[in-house]
Design a protein around this ligand. Structure first.
Ligand code: ARG
Length: 426
């Protein structure tokens, strides 16, 4: 039973939020799901405004964008643009992430966090093109995505206003379904749909909510719609060669591929072998802790290979330092600060290090695991002659080692002696 609210538009808090009187034509970020479909109708009714819809293709597996577009038009959108942004996403968002070994909290390769600033940028462009004064998105008030979208829109387009109806309309899923029924909005899967909040693109898929929130329970099987469960993966392992040029993955098993194709192909191979399932407790930027179930087959493969190759060509000092910077990169992106200058500073460093990251890593995929089993690079700081036991001469002299040890350990030995003064006698 839906109770009619007297006032469902929230009073504004931030300068960039729209008052009802500001809203004439809205650019709605439209996925075709329940929230944004209800929004499409609700905005027309509550604000008495026109709506132009924008749907962005970032490689959501199995999505039929023509159906999404048809639905938007049927619900009264003036227009619905579908943009294939896979190329731009791979090139300018995922690739910098690969160079930065981007992983938040040790497990989340940031596919959603990388997608949001691009979606927000495309929304700004579309809003300007269609003469919209306001951008609407379907994020709730509890997540990171609102931060990412609004921070980007506010940075790129101070003249545009933002509304986020889900944050204020106080409808739960049942009330939304009821609203949808009343307004002739088709509801996919009805109330039988798995009770998860899903977001996906070529770099991964996340499920949140519903039974996942019970930390005491292992994930139900119906969560995993992408990656084969490891116990059902093939009994034979598969070797996969991943080739990089200056940090960019360029070939799989010797076949050169464009970045989008390569990521999709890596994803398919990973899915088959049950690779890239992550059960992640995450610190959201808005303070909450949340549990996410990630399916990230492409990232599990490409990041593992990239990290391995980077380690082979980097010095001990670079290899000690870079993970700290990687961490900072991941945090800024997670936190929605894509326009923060520190991020471009860090990107310059990432590019510099990745100049050397050329070579081939062979991975072994087997029932959910992925590990490097062979490596080659023209830039490897590895010389089998020097590392071998019989070696002497040239760059390395074993006779020099004791002298090095004496100096290297000097302070630690002195400190140890001081801290243990007088203890020896007892
Ligand atoms: N926890 C991840 C993040 O904050 C994934 C969010 C997924 N978004 C969603 N609308 N289900 O980036």
């Amino acid at each position: 039973m839906a109770v009619e609210k007297e006032r469902t538009i929230l009073k504004k808090t931030a300068s960039y939020e729209a008052e009802p009187g500001d809203v004439g034509r809205v650019l709605l970020l439209y996925s075709g799901g329940l929230d944004t479909s209800v929004m499409l109708k609700w905005i027309q009714d509550e604000y008495d405004a026109e709506v132009v819809a924008l749907t962005v293709n970032l490689g959501q597996p199995g999505e039929d964008f023509e159906v999404v577009k048809g639905k938007a038009l049927q619900l009264g959108a003036l227009d619905c643009e579908v943009l294939d942004a896979r190329e731009e996403f791979a090139e300018h968002y995922v690739l910098p992430g690969i160079k930065a070994n981007a992983l938040y909290g040790g497990g989340y390769p940031l596919f959603t966090a990388l997608g949001r600033p691009l979606i927000a940028k495309l929304a700004v462009e579309a809003a300007r093109k269609h003469g919209c004064d306001t951008i609407a998105h379907g994020c709730t008030g509890k997540g990171n995505d609102q931060v990412r979208i609004e921070a980007t829109v506010a940075a790129l387009a101070p003249e545009l206003k933002i509304i986020a109806p889900v944050r204020g309309w106080q409808m739960g899923r049942e009330e939304e379904v009821e609203y949808a029924r009343r307004n002739g909005i088709p509801v996919k899967g009805g109330t039988e749909a798995p009770p998860y909040s899903i977001d996906d693109n070529i770099w991964g898929r996340s499920s949140e909510g519903g039974p996942i929130e019970d930390l005491n329970e292992p994930p139900r099987d119906d969560v995993f719609q992408l990656v084969t469960r490891p116990e059902e993966a093939p009994d034979e392992p598969e070797l996969l060669e991943v080739e990089f040029e200056r940090g960019r993955p360029v070939a799989l098993n010797g076949e050169r591929l464009g970045l989008v194709d390569l990521l999709e192909r890596a994803g398919d191979i990973g899915c088959r072998h049950g690779v890239g399932i992550v059960d992640h407790i995450e610190d959201r930027i808005v303070g909450l802790k949340v549990r996410d179930l990630y399916e990230v087959p492409a990232a599990a493969i490409i990041l593992t290979a990239h990290k391995e190759l980077e380690k082979l060509v980097g010095t001990i000092h670079q290899n000690q330092f870079k993970p700290q910077v990687d961490n900072q990169w991941a945090f800024l992106v997670y936190a929605g600060l894509w326009q923060e200058p520190l991020l471009s500073d860090l990107n310059a460093y990432m590019d510099a290090v990745n100049e050397q990251v050329t070579g081939v890593i062979t991975l072994k995929l087997y029932k959910g695991s992925v590990r490097a089993v062979a490596r080659r690079s023209p830039n490897a700081l590895y010389d089998p002659e020097l590392a071998g036991f019989g070696a002497s001469g040239g760059l390395f002299s074993q006779q020099a080692s004791p002298g090095f040890i004496e100096l290297w350990s000097l302070q630690s030995r002195m400190a140890y002696g001081i801290r243990n003064r007088g203890k020896a006698e007892s």
